[in-house]
Ligand binder design. Structure first.
Ligand code: FES
Length: 65
């Protein structure tokens, strides 16, 4: 399944970038372009980051703790 239609990036590709160290939507975009077009996929990319135990929501929770 595609995570980003604009750049034809699949969810598996995004997950691979997360496994290689990407921690934010911006880092995903820098690595594979996903999210740098129309931006409608940013919520999906953020969900993949959170599902992997990373991403902004987790950082905010950690920062607040
Ligand atoms: S669908 Fe990802 S930038 Fe447009």
């Amino acid at each position: 399944m595609f995570a980003c239609i604009c750049f034809g990036v699949t969810e598996d590709e995004v997950k691979a970038e997360i496994a290689l160290g990407a921690r934010t939507e911006e880092e995903i975009g820098e690595r594979c372009g996903a999210g740098t077009g129309c931006g409608t996929c940013l919520d999906r990319i953020g969900a993949l980051l959170r599902a992997a135990g990373t991403g902004r929501d987790k950082m905010h929770v950690e920062a607040a703790a």
